[in-house]
Design a protein around this ligand. Structure first.
Ligand code: ZN
Length: 106
């Protein structure tokens, strides 16, 4: 099932500025993927990106949004964005998804 999206999200726009004017940003808030710098079609056309955000949607479901946001910010402050365990898990989940997708295609 395709995730719910909210395009031109002001909150995602703030994240985009914080991340050094990243060209496009997705941010999971509750059950919705907030986008800035990308349309819903552009987001959905990138299966690795969608798989990455699906992991964050699951993380939010598991922890609840307040705890997720708090732990995410703590992790980011402690180890930075890239080594943040939520990001590591999302990248790994997306990588595995793309691998299994490639296997199915052959
Ligand atoms: Zn992420």
């Amino acid at each position: 099932m395709e995730p719910r999206t909210f395009v031109n999200s002001p909150l995602a726009r703030v994240a985009r500025l914080v991340l050094g004017r990243a060209p496009r940003v997705a941010m999971v808030l509750g059950r919705t993927v907030h986008l800035s710098g990308a349309t819903r079609a552009e987001f959905l056309a990138d299966p690795e990106w969608v798989a990455h955000e699906e992991v964050h949607l699951r993380q939010v479901r598991d922890l609840g949004l307040p705890r997720f946001l708090w732990q995410y910010l703590l992790e980011s402050a402690r180890v930075g964005y890239y080594q943040n365990r939520f990001e590591v898990e999302a990248r790994e989940g997306a990588r595995l998804f793309m691998e299994s997708r490639a296997r199915r295609a052959t």
